[in-house]
Design a protein around this ligand. Structure first.
Ligand code: ZN
Length: 252
């Protein structure tokens, strides 16, 4: 059912939240646009202007690694300045109230953690761009460390095993993280309300979770400005601004 207007949508959502025991939110780029973080996949987004650097190229070529880090540092002001939006804060309120065990996200911006979610309760399907990891041994590195090395010698290698260091994101051509996929699957099946927020739900595996939740008996809510691929199976569709829709649920 598509909400006829914002007010009736928020009202219906409020009822469903009140009736739910376990809510699992699934978030995409749309929840972070009011925080100044562009949707990389949208028309005019960075991925439509620059060809993405695939994981294989990153591993094989110092030039590709240098270019990848140049692009990341060019985005630093945007990521460093971003603060949680109304959507993040509303979910954090429901998390503190014990209604949300964990959030599943396609975003790499760390804003769920910044809003108050414990790191272990943010399931990042595409990783996190606010720190780096060695692709060999997994050693974590601060971006400041990478930047100092980068300025001196170009993209750095790990001080432990000498393999390249990369943002802790999942690149094109890289495997989906297995543990995160398993946890996201288990959560989707165990909730009684699944809320997809700011994702077009086209890209696998995003497309699979709403159906998984639905098949396991949960109610499904989709909040997105644009129609999504899964609107037909949703119990409630709210096609409005995410901040305005979730703003009323920001608590203390
Ligand atoms: Zn290493």
């Amino acid at each position: 059912m598509i909400a006829s207007d914002l007010r009736s949508g928020v009202e219906r959502l409020g009822d469903m939240i009140a009736e739910a025991k376990t809510i699992v939110p699934f978030t995409g780029a749309g929840i972070s646009t009011e925080c100044g973080i562009p949707d990389f996949r949208s028309p005019g987004g960075i991925w439509t202007r620059y060809r993405p650097i695939e994981f294989g190229e990153f591993v094989a070529s110092q030039d590709a690694r240098d270019e990848s880090w140049r692009r990341r540092f060019a985005m630093e002001e945007i990521f460093a300045a971003a603060r949680p939006g109304r959507g993040h804060r509303a979910l954090a309120s429901l998390y503190r109230a014990g209604k949300i065990p964990a959030v599943i996200t396609q975003n790499i911006d760390n804003l769920h953690q910044a809003s108050g979610f414990a790191a272990e309760h943010v399931i990042e399907l595409h990783g996190n761009t606010t720190y780096a990891r060695c692709i060999g041994c997994g050693q974590a590195y601060q971006l400041d460390w990478v930047k100092r090395r980068f300025i001196e010698d170009g993209a750095p290698n790990c001080t432990v095993c000498d393999e390249p260091v990369k943002t802790a994101t999942i690149s094109f051509g890289q495997m989906m993280p297995e543990e995160e996929m398993q946890r996201a699957t288990a959560l989707s099946r165990a909730c009684d309300l699944f809320i997809a927020i700011g994702s077009s739900l086209v890209v696998w595996p995003a497309a699979g979770f709403p159906m998984m939740a639905k098949n396991a008996g949960a109610r499904l809510v989709i909040i997105n400005r644009e129609p999504t691929e899964q609107d037909d199976i949703a119990d409630l569709v709210i096609r409005h601004d995410i901040g305005e829709t979730l703003g009323p649920f920001v608590g203390n």
